[in-house]
Ligand binder design. Structure first.
Ligand code: HPA
Length: 283
């Protein structure tokens, strides 16, 4: 199964993606036969989000064939299969980012695997910088749309039609009914939760003041280094998508702009409980 691109002798990662998915799923199935309803990807500092989940199997990413391995403190890498709120989940505790050196196909491989385990919907979580001047550190934002500023597109290369279409529509990547239900739940529980546009950037450096201003001008409410690749792939393979972001720092004209990874993790952990309250009501 070696397709070659003119002028390149290297075999592209996507050429045997079906075999890779089959191998990863086959391995996970040696640990648990749980039929999965939903996937959850936990972002920076949000590892405790599904505390209370009845865990049936817990597998290190390093053990799963073809899974990329997280290298960043605060992003432990474990796939858990279990039950939460009477539903069966595949939970990725920690994700791998493009800035770690992987391709966007590699970092989205786990989404393909979660889909192949049976998931029809996926809950994405992340930490982000607030661009909207009304957003404060610790607030939540439900993503209603995104702007992808990453150059490496996860669907670039030969399309595998059995996974999804060559030119997927992206009019409504994030499920409208989950967005409005999420906002309702937050209001009922007195949680400050906005909705808005997430801008996906490559990182790993945080933005300069001029870049924060630019990202606001092009229509962003929050900016982060993850999620959009996963949303593009989940949309490609027809999954229902919900995404919620913790605003961990402010990137607007009033802010000091000093951002640290430790500060981002602390703010995410502090808001993680509110995020869990919302997601639990949606599943
Ligand atoms: N920029 C990009 N990614 C981020 C930020 C930010 O300000 N905060 C948390 N993740």
């Amino acid at each position: 199964m070696c397709n070659r691109v003119a002028g390149h002798s290297r075999i592209l990662m996507k050429d045997n993606i079906l075999e890779k998915i089959t191998e990863a799923v086959g391995f996970i199935r040696t640990k648990s036969a749980l039929s999965v309803h939903s996937g959850i990807i936990l972002g920076s500092g949000l590892g405790d989000l599904v505390e209370g989940m009845g865990v049936e199997a817990e597998v290190d990413y390093a053990e799963i064939p073809h899974f990329p391995i997280s290298t960043i403190p605060g992003h432990s890498g474990k796939l858990m299969l279990g039950t939460w709120n009477e539903k069966n989940f595949a939970v990725m505790q920690g994700r791998v980012h493009y800035y770690e050196g992987y391709s966007s196909q590699q970092i989205t491989f786990p989404v393909r695997v979660i889909k192949a385990l049976g998931a029809k919907e996926i809950f994405l979580t992340n930490a982000s910088g607030g661009l909207n001047p009304d957003f404060k550190s610790g607030d939540l934002m439900i993503v209603e749309d995104h702007i992808n500023l990453n150059i490496d597109h996860p669907l670039r290369g030969k399309n595998e039609e059995s996974l999804g279409p060559r030119f997927p529509d992206q009019h409504q990547v994030y499920d409208k009914s989950l967005i409005s239900k999420g906002l309702e739940v937050a209001a009922k529980k007195n949680i400050t939760c906005h909705s808005g546009v997430y801008v996906g950037v490559t990182g790993p450096a945080y933005e300069t003041p001029a870049e924060y201003r630019y990202l606001r001008m092009i229509g962003g409410d929050a900016v982060g280094m993850s999620t959009v690749h996963e949303a593009i792939v989940a949309n490609h393979c027809g999954m229902r998508i919900f995404c919620i972001s913790v605003i961990t720092n402010e990137g607007n004209a009033k802010a000091s702009f000093i951002v640290s990874h430790e500060g981002v993790i602390d703010a995410a952990q502090a808001a993680g409980r509110n995020m869990a309250l919302i997601i639990k009501e949606l599943v």
